[in-house]
Design a protein around this ligand. Structure first.
Ligand code: NAG
Ligand code: NAG
Ligand code: NAG
Ligand code: NAG
Ligand code: NAG
Ligand code: NAG
Ligand code: NAG
Ligand code: NAG
Ligand code: NAG
Ligand code: NAG
Ligand code: NAG
Ligand code: NAG
Length: 768
């Protein structure tokens, strides 16, 4: 026996020594194959290749794949299989098809696969993942996976070991497969931020090991399944922002270990008569829009460990309760209620306060002087109340402030925050009574500065050029009297500039063409003179992906997180007077909007043909100026144009036939000019038949206004008398409509043009 076993032992040792220090060849090949196909795709993005190169630099055939970046092998004696791949953010370029992952599914020893935060799109490769039967942790969050979650991958044969499943922040839709209940070991299931619908599996409570259950931001319906009470290990239940219905079950409050309970933003109803003696030590609670009325339920005051409380969108009233003022919370969200009174100083005596949202209540009075004692506030929104007086200086001591929203109050004084270290990304002071010159000396980090509807006056300060990140500057409805200075062209990050309704003098500087990222430019209702710059043609050609793109807004804020929460804040809608009605432009799509409004000034000269090169323009308004000459043919190149207003000028000649190429056009107003000739026909031009928009010209004709053109009349048939009558009756109608038109203008003139609307969305998540 011994004689036999010695060579065998040597053989085993030999095998061990020759193989134990590197990963199996077939696994290495699979990984190299993966790298090769990635680089193959990359060849079309040469500029960003560098990052990728450095990330995969160590992945070469001459080294052991266990030493490669993002690769982990097991250390069992005699085998070094690849067991983990950490490929977080390896691909941030364009979308890439999920088929790129195919080689990875050959590495069947994987226990951990992290492909989060990439740009992978397409269906989840169900067969591939089911191949990885050893998998314990699968992280596919923050990609663009779509389709349904394939149910077969949860069949008992496969993935029995899986205890962590992160699929959040993708585009999955359809039902949550009930086969997911086969994953008996699962302790974390995060399907948040998808479009999953219908009811959740009724036996969800069979996942007896579950600790974190997160379905936030989907479209799930039905009542909260009663099986959830069986989940004795449950610590986080996040059902926020779905379509759940029914009464909030009182047994939820008997789950002893629960730490985070988010029920807000559904159609759930709180039964005010329920007697609750909470059994848990909650850290986070959201009962947003749960029909809470009058006072905050007293049992909430008994939650001594509470750190985050969201009771927004209810009908709560009265003063802030003392227990809440004293509570050592770090997040308070009470927006959209009817609380009143002034803010007690004690509220700001919390060194840990991180989020304070009291928007749209009935608070009044001055802000307490010690507001700056709450030095760790990151998100402060007090908009839509009745606060007055000066903003206390001490606010500048809140050095980490990221969002400051004081809009829609009655604050006064000459205030712009002067932060010493960082300045907030978003500052909204609009609709107050602030006055004096705008001094933006230390707002180096500010991306959004909204000062509309105040009483700021004087000139535009050169200090604005120090705002090297400024993308959104809104000073509409103020009393700025200076010229539009050349230095405005140095703020090269600008994307949205709204100076509507001030008293700005002088001409539009030629250098405005330096602002190549500009997408929305509103200089209407000022005293601008001179000609429209020829070099406008350079504007709006780039669509930079920057802060205002909401993905960036969230990732920017994610990277600035405190430990307690993930806070995802974004500017949501820019509301514009869009085609004569108020429309919200979602910040998700903001980069799709290109608007140029120079109306109601004293601009002079001809409309430059170069405007035709602003290819992405959707709205062009140069009405109410002194423009003369012909309408340039090149306007027909503005393929995306939806609204064109040239009215109230001194334009002559004919309407160019090229406008018939504007297939998106829904509003064309050329009234009150000196235009003659035939209104172009064809495609959407045939529907531009509102006589208001052609009124008061020097002889327009066409089917749109039911005035026949001479050129259309058959030479064999003399013009009939009726047509002459039509002409006269149209003139009569025209006058009547003109009055109507002015009334319409009056109404829209008063409507606010830009409103920075916002929506802040919290995501509280326990970290493992
Ligand atoms: C690289 O791309 C070409 C065509 O795009 C394809 O034919 C080839 O098979 C690809 N190679 C790899 C390794 O994926
Ligand atoms: C392969 O990668 C290793 C590091 O993993 C490095 O030391 C070696 O120089 C690389 N070889 C080549 C040929 O690039
Ligand atoms: C599963 O793994 C095996 C062996 O590594 C491989 O041959 C097969 O193609 C894989 N299946 C899928 C669907 O990727
Ligand atoms: C859930 O568990 C119950 C009892 O433990 C069992 O009767 C039921 O079949 C299970 N449901 C599923 C879908 O596994
Ligand atoms: C808010 O409270 C005030 C009294 O403080 C009351 O007059 C008003 O009607 C309430 N508004 C709403 C919307 O409940
Ligand atoms: C604010 O903080 C200062 C110390 O920074 C302290 O002296 C003061 O009492 C605090 N104010 C209030 C009202 O708590
Ligand atoms: C705001 O407060 C003032 C007194 O400071 C009061 O006159 C006014 O009615 C209040 N406005 C609202 C909308 O409550
Ligand atoms: C800001 O903080 C510093 C030091 O913490 C303090 O000395 C100063 O008084 C504070 N400023 C205001 C206006 O509260
Ligand atoms: C223009 O701004 C002033 C305040 O500066 C405001 O009173 C007026 O209503 C605004 N005009 C329009 C048309 O919005
Ligand atoms: C505009 O850009 C040009 C060339 O890039 C530069 O020379 C000029 O100084 C810029 N003008 C202003 C006012 O920034
Ligand atoms: C309109 O333009 C014509 C020349 O085309 C000029 O004679 C006339 O004075 C202009 N009218 C006004 C009001 O500017
Ligand atoms: C163009 O601007 C004028 C004045 O600013 C406004 O009255 C009109 O409604 C705008 N036109 C369109 C089509 O929105």
């Amino acid at each position: 026996m011994a004689k036999l076993s010695l060579p065998l032992l040597l053989l085993v040792l030999l095998i061990v020594f020759t193989t134990s220090f590197s990963c199996p060849q077939h696994q290495k090949e699979a990984l190299l194959h993966f790298k090769a196909s990635l680089f193959n795709v990359t060849s079309s993005f040469p500029s960003d290749k560098e990052d990728l190169l450095s990330m995969f630099e160590s992945w070469n055939s001459s080294s052991d794949c266990c030493d490669w970046y993002g690769v982990d092998c097991d250390n069992q004696f005699g085998s070094r299989n690849v067991i983990a791949l950490y490929l977080w953010r390896f691909w941030t370029l364009e979308l890439i098809a999920s088929t790129i992952l195919t080689p990875l599914f050959h590495i069947r020893s994987l226990t951990s696969l992290d492909l989060s935060s990439n740009q992978i799109q397409g269906e989840l490769p169900g067969d591939g993942i089911a191949n990885l039967t050893q998998l314990m942790s699968l992280d596919l969050r923050s990609n663009h996976f779509s389709g349904s979650i394939p149910s077969q991958i949860f069949n008992l044969r496969y993935l029995q070991e899986l205890y962590v499943l992160y699929l959040q922040n993708n585009n999955f839709f359809g039902k949550i497969p009930s086969s997911i209940l086969n994953l008996k070991r699962l302790d974390t299931l995060d399907l948040s931020y998808n479009s999953l619908s219908m009811e959740m599996p009724i036996d969800i409570g069979n996942l007896s090991n579950i600790i974190i259950l997160n379905f936030r931001n989907n479209e799930l319906t039905g009542t909260i399944p009663s099986s959830i009470w069986k989940l004795r290990k449950l610590e986080t239940l996040d059902l926020e922002n779905n379509l759940f219905i029914g009464e909030i079950p009182s047994w939820l409050f008997n789950i002893a270990g629960l730490k985070y309970l988010f029920l807000g933003g559904n159609n759930l109803i709180w039964n005010a008569k329920a007697k609750i003696v909470p059994k848990f030590t909650l850290f986070g609670l959201s009962m947003k829009s749960c029909g809470l009325a009058r006072r905050i339920p007293l049992w909430i005051s008994m939650l001594k460990t509470l750190s985050f409380l969201d009771l927004s969108d209810n009908q709560l009233e009265g003063m802030l309760p003392q227990w809440l003022v004293k509570m050592k919370v770090s997040g308070i969200i009470l927006s959209n209620n009817n609380f009143t009174g002034s803010l007690p100083p004690g509220l700001f005596d919390k060194p840990g306060l991180f989020v304070l949202f009291l928007s749209r209540n009935n608070f009044y009075g001055e802000l307490p002087n010690n507001i700056g004692n709450a030095t760790s506030i990151k998100y402060l929104a007090l908009d839509g109340n009745n606060f007055s007086g000066k903003v206390p200086e001490s606010i500048n001591n809140i050095t980490g402030l990221t969002l400051l929203d004081l809009s829609n109050n009655r604050f006064s004084g000459n205030f712009l925050p002067a932060f010493r270290v960082f300045s907030p990304s978003v500052i909204d002071l609009s609709s107050n009574e602030f006055s004096g010159e705008i001094q933006a000396d230390s707002l180096f980090d500010t991306h959004v500065l909204a000062l509309g509807k105040n009483k700021f006056s004087g000139s535009l300060s050169r200090s604005l050029t120090r705002m090297s990140r400024l993308e959104y500057l809104d000073i509409h409805d103020n009393q700025i009297t200076s010229k539009l200075p050349d230095f405005i062209c140095q703020i090269s990050t600008l994307q949205i500039l709204n100076l509507r309704n001030n008293s700005i003098q002088g001409s539009i500087p030629d250098c405005i063409s330096n602002l190549t990222g500009l997408r929305i430019l509103d200089l209407s209702s000022n005293h601008l003179v001179g000609e429209i710059p020829l070099k406008f043609g350079k504007l709006m050609i780039e669509t930079p992906d920057t802060f205002l793109n909401s993905d960036e807004v969230s990732s920017f804020l994610f990277s600035n997180l405190g430990d307690a929460y993930d806070v995802n804040a974004g500017i949501q809608d820019v509301i514009v007077n869009w085609k004569k009605s108020k429309q919200g432009l979602s910040s998700h799509n903001l980069k799709l909007y290109f608007l140029l409004d120079l109306s109601s000034n004293q601009l002079f000269g001809e409309i430059p043909a170069s405007l035709g090169s602003l290819k992405a323009l959707k709205l062009l308004n140069v009405s109410f100026n002194n423009l003369y000459g012909r309408i340039p043919k090149s306007l027909g190149d503005l393929k995306d144009l939806e609204s064109l207003d040239l009215s109230h000028n001194n334009l002559s000649g004919t309407i160019p036939q090229s406008l018939a190429k504007l297939y998106q056009l829904t509003i064309l107003d050329v009234s009150n000019n000196k235009l003659i000739g035939k209104i172009p026909e064809g495609s959407q031009m045939d529907r531009m038949n509102d006589p208001n928009f052609y009124a008061n010209n020097s002889g327009l004709c066409g089917m749109q206004i039911r005035v026949p053109c001479l050129e259309d009349m058959s030479p064999t048939k003399p013009p009939r008398v009726e047509s002459k009558e039509t002409w006269f009756s149209w003139e009569g109608v025209g006058i009547g409509y003109t009055l109507g038109f002015f009334i319409t203008v009056g109404i829209f003139y008063r409507t606010e043009y830009f409103i920075l609307a916002k929506y802040i969305n919290y995501r509280c998540q326990q970290r493992r």
